[in-house]
Design a protein around this ligand. Structure first.
Ligand SMILES: Cc1cc2nc3c(=O)[nH]c(=O)nc-3n(C[C@H](O)[C@H](O)[C@H](O)COP(=O)(O)OP(=O)(O)OC[C@H]3O[C@@H](n4cnc5c(N)ncnc54)[C@H](O)[C@@H]3O)c2cc1C
Length: 403
């Protein structure tokens, strides 16, 4: 039987899961493309920024990983710039890749809204490792300066602002505040107070999430000393201050923006229905309209649950949509039918500093504190272990002496 070519665009949570499923069939040859040489574990970012984890906890080498998957998978570091539906080719900066099936898994990026003056110029996102690294350094520098009791350029508190109190903003604020608490005995001697604030235009933190999570997270953040500022519409940001719609101003030393995402730039090139954030609106089998054989998964896709509600972009849904598409491609090859994609969240866990987390499972079971922390840790460890087994196998293959 002739090998079928499958090209996966993006090696995030969805792309890797799709490759893992498809590589089990020897009649497929899979080419995994990513503009970076590593897989970025964004869900662990909060611990990296606060100095609890290091780079090797959030990045996985893709060359070793794909070698570990098997002979029928190839990784190419490549930026994809277009998809040619007629020729069935993925267009990269270096070359074109013919496909029988392709999977768009290019994820999302920070949406620096143009209606907020100065946002793009003066804030940092966290959707890339380089930006996360810059933020970690800035945080560590503030801690070191405070330890030295340095005189700062301006009177008043040192202020790290996080604009966006969704899942990522809340996790980062909580972990940083927890780190500060741990250092309190030493740092309390110093004259300046290091303040962390969490800002959102919505009336609560974690907008749209279950009221249980909202209330508990709010309390935990307050207990950690995070200044919460909700219903705060940012109008303008300059190098040192935020101006709100009500005219008030707050000075900051460093700011990150976690309030919005939009689909990867590549979607702009595709002539298919999209929503206002550029996410592809596929058919109910996650196929991109007007692009036969091209599927779309994860954050780059608008996905509804069974009640018709748009699901927030999560690693969990990226992996589930990947498993569905891999199965669908298998079934297409064997001529068996396949049901539409049924997106369902099993639950959610939120890390809230140290060994404390919150979670809801299957809409019913609520967990809090150390137990939730352990459950979240187990989920992450399983994910990480699965990747590491392949990375280790691939690393050994790469380093075997040639005969
Ligand atoms: C701080 C933070 C905390 C989070 N916490 C959680 C959590 O606790 N639980 C949860 O479920 N989700 C969480 N998320 C969300 C989760 O990380 C995303 O939903 C998930 O990464 C989406 O997976 P994906 O495969 O669609 O995209 P991504 O993981 O973003 O991967 C996309 C990949 O595509 C590549 N790419 C993009 N454009 C191109 C191109 N043109 N050419 C080649 N390659 C390209 C990128 O380099 C990237 O590797 C969190 C996100 C953040 C930022």
């Amino acid at each position: 039987m002739q090998e079928k070519e499958i090209v996966i665009i993006g090696a995030g949570y969805g792309g890797l899961r799709a490759a893992e499923h498809l590589c089990k069939k020897s009649q497929f040859h899979i080419t995994l493309l990513d503009k970076n040489p590593y897989h970025y574990m964004q869900t662990e970012l909060y611990g990296y920024i606060a100095g609890r984890f290091d780079m090797s906890d959030i990045a996985i080498d893709l060359e070793s990983f794909t070698r570990g998957l098997g002979e029928n998978v190839t990784f190419v570091q490549e930026e994809v710039v277009d998809i040619d539906a007629g020729a069935k080719e993925v267009v990269g900066r270096q070359k074109r890749y013919r496909y029988d099936y392709a999977i768009l898994a290019a994820g999302a990026q920070t949406n620096f809204f143009s209606f907020i003056e100065g946002l793009r110029e003066h804030t940092h996102g966290v959707k890339s490792i380089q930006r996360a690294f810059a933020f970690r350094q800035a945080f560590e520098k503030r801690l070191a300066d405070k330890l030295q009791n340095k005189t700062f350029h301006r009177a008043g508190d040192l202020h790290i602002a996080i604009a966006g109190a969704g899942l990522s903003g809340v996790e980062i604020a909580a972990e940083m505040a927890y780190t500060l608490k741990r250092y309190e005995k030493i740092l309390a001697q110093c004259s300046k107070r290091l303040m962390i604030s969490l800002i959102d235009a919505a009336p609560t933190v974690l907008p749209g999430m279950d009221p249980y999570l909202i209330e508990k997270a709010h309390r935990r953040l307050e207990a950690l000393g995070v200044q919460i500022r909700t219903e705060a519409f940012i109008e303008k940001i300059d190098a040192r201050s935020i101006t709100f719609r009500d005219g008030s101003e707050v000075a900051f030393d460093f700011i990150i923006f976690t309030a919005g995402i939009k689909a990867a730039d590549l979607t702009e090139k595709l002539d298919t229905p999209k929503n206002s954030t550029g996410q592809i609106i596929p058919n109910d089998a996650l196929e991109v309209k007007g692009y036969p054989g091209l599927y779309t998964i994860g954050d780059v896709t608008q996905i509804f649950d069974s009640s018709g509600k748009i699901l927030p972009p999560t690693a969990q849904i990226a992996e589930k949509s990947a498993a569905y598409v891999a199965d669908r491609i298998n079934r297409q090859e064997t001529g068996t039918s396949c049901k539409p994609f049924d997106a369902k969240m099993d639950g959610i866990f939120i890390a809230l500093g140290g060994k404390y987390a919150l979670g809801i499972l299957y809409d019913k079971i609520r967990v809090e504190g150390y137990l939730a922390y352990i459950l979240k840790k187990i989920i992450t460890c399983f994910y990480r272990m699965g990747l590491e087994i392949k990375v280790n196998a691939g690393y050994r293959k790469r380093n075997l002496p040639s005969r």
